[in-house]
Design a protein around this ligand. Structure first.
Ligand code: GLN
Length: 286
């Protein structure tokens, strides 16, 4: 069977997979099975496939049943870097690249105002390490500590640090602020993309059945982690620090109420993502 013939066969097989990306994904999957790149697949479309399709049938069925392609290929690009991902970590989202972008700008501004004072950043709940590692690679002078409560997630982050040759990220295991308090880390910048989906919110089967719940759900209203951090940030952030968060598209109002309660004296602002959804919160500690 040739590559083209297999593409046609899979178009038929995966037509009802309920995934709007299935046509593009078929080519990604075949390139992955052929151990080649997507770009090269076009050049060999009339060649015979170099694998036994029966060996991959299980994976194709899993895809048809809703398994995210990233958990099959073990790969997601984030901020221009190729990250290893598996079912122990949330698949990094495009919205989160915007958080990284905004933090990069903040780091440039702070460095400009403070000479070359070396900055410390902490990333709470790092998962695959996407935020911490891309910030580390973009800002080699930054000192970064990234935590996760899941030791399995930290194994993935460690693999990505090595794979991407990132020199300035240290991993810590533990819940929310605890590992930073224990290690006496005080940050200039706190970053967190916490699990923020309300416990009972109905979400897509693809997300709910495959991604780690510890990285998705944040209590009844999805705000548990923000509350914990708002209550105790002083223990891990310096006086003139900045707190940066991602949040759910419909959480701005509820979060703003919390910010007013916990930070009556501080400056804060929200930002929208590229889809014009409120997505990020920044609090400047004055
Ligand atoms: N943005 C993710 C989603 O909508 C949720 C990630 C998170 O809870 N931080 O699936």
């Amino acid at each position: 069977m040739t590559v083209n013939e297999l593409i046609q066969k899979l178009e038929y097989y995966l037509k009802n997979s309920n995934n709007v990306n299935y046509l593009a994904d078929i080519k990604i999957l075949i390139a992955f099975f052929m151990k080649t790149s997507l770009a090269k697949l076009y050049a060999i479309q009339n060649d015979k496939i170099n694998f036994k399709i029966n060996d991959y049938w299980q994976q194709l069925t899993a895809y048809r049943n809703g398994k995210p392609i990233q958990y099959i290929t073990n790969y997601q690009n984030f901020y221009g870097y190729d990250f290893y991902v598996d079912y122990n970590v949330l698949i990094p989202r495009y919205e989160t690249e915007e958080l990284v972008d905004n933090i990069n700008i903040l780091i440039d501004e702070i460095s400009l105002n403070n000479g070359n004072k070396s900055l410390t950043l902490i990333d709470i709940g790092t998962g695959s390490g996407a935020i911490a590692i891309s910030l580390g690679l973009e800002n080699p002078d930054l000192t970064i500590y990234a935590s996760d409560i899941s030791s399995e997630a930290l194994k993935v982050a460690k693999r990505n640090i090595k794979q991407l040759n990132c020199k300035n990220v240290t991993l810590l295991e533990g819940d929310i602020l605890e590992p930073f308090i224990k290690n006496n880390v005080k940050a200039d910048i706190l970053v967190c993309n916490p699990p923020y989906i309300p416990k009972d919110q109905s979400i897509s089967h693809r997300v709910k059945n495959y991604e780690p719940h510890v990285a998705l759900f944040g209590d009844v209203d999805g705000l548990y982690f923000y509350r914990e951090i708002f209550q105790n940030w002083q223990k891990i952030v310096k006086k003139d620090g900045i707190l940066c968060f991602e949040h759910g598209y419909d959480q701005k109002k509820a979060l703003e109420k919390l910010v007013k309660e916990y930070f009556p004296q501080q400056e804060y602002y929200f930002k929208k993502d590229i889809n014009k959804k409120w997505r990020m919160l920044f609090i400047n500690i004055l």
